[in-house]
Design a protein around this ligand. Structure first.
Ligand code: SAM
Length: 227
């Protein structure tokens, strides 16, 4: 339950300096958001690859989000390079405990994100539970608001039915269009895709169990471009 959660009243009310002390005073907010980040494998994999990009995980479970917080704090210490002129790795990654289905625009300014990740989201198999799914028309409007034009939604799941569901909902939404894995790799996003496939704890579990992974990605477009 999320009754005890506090939500920022607006992105400006959030103190990002507390999350990213090495970037304090820059006025920057996160550019990558991992929704339902679980144990944080994606962000931990991406942080050193994009040291100048701020990244935030959102996770609703208390213990899991605390684990990720501790994990990041430890990595910041153990990976610090003494007297290096550049900030030590993992300064660009942080986590909040939050229900990402609530008040997302209170966390991220309009058009501030270049990537939104939905990796192995909970499937909520039963029809009466579909409204609990993290992809829905209402939430897509919020995702379109926080993503900048050209920004990418990455989804991956081992549940084919959920894959079809996410794909069909996002494809009909005016502000998103499908983008293939090949196109993204040509755009230089291969390292991100590799991390999406293999870096998360859930993705590793699927691999161990020999399950299939279904990837679907979408580009945030300008309203005029889709007929
Ligand atoms: N993305 C991670 C991975 O690939 O390993 C975790 C996948 S796990 C199946 C789904 C995660 O989403 C869980 O950790 C769950 O607590 C979290 N979650 C579910 N609903 C959420 C919500 N509304 N807001 C934030 N996190 C949520």
């Amino acid at each position: 339950s999320d009754h005890s959660l506090d939500y920022p009243t607006s992105p400006q009310a959030l103190d990002w300096d507390e999350h990213y002390p090495a970037f304090s005073g820059t006025g920057r907010s996160p550019e990558f958001a991992d929704i339902g980040c679980g144990f944080g494998g994606l962000l931990i994999a991406l942080a050193p690859l994009f040291p100048d990009t701020l990244m935030l995980g959102m996770e609703i479970r208390v213990q899991v989000s605390q684990y990720v917080k501790d994990r990041i704090a430890a990595l910041r210490i153990t990976s610090a390079v003494p007297s290096s002129p550049t900030p030590s790795p993992y300064q660009n990654v942080s986590i909040v405990r939050a229900n990402a289905m609530k008040f997302l625009p209170n966390f991220f300014p309009k058009h501030s994100l270049s990537a939104l990740f939905f990796l192995f989201p909970d499937p909520h198999f039963k029809s009466r539970k579909h409204k609990a799914r993290i992809i829905s028309p209402t939430l897509l409007a919020e995702y379109a608001y926080v993503l900048r034009p050209g920004g990418i939604i990455y989804t991956i799941t081992d549940v084919r039915d959920l894959h079809e569901w996410m794909k069909s909902h996002i494809e009909v939404f005016q502000l998103f269009e499908s983008i293939s894995e090949d196109e993204l790799r040509q755009e230089g996003k291969g390292a991100i895709l590799d991390a999406v496939y293999t870096s998360t704890e859930e993705g590793k579990k699927v691999e161990r169990n020999g399950g299939e992974k279904w990837l679907a990605c979408f580009k945030r477009i300008e309203p005029t471009r889709k007929a």
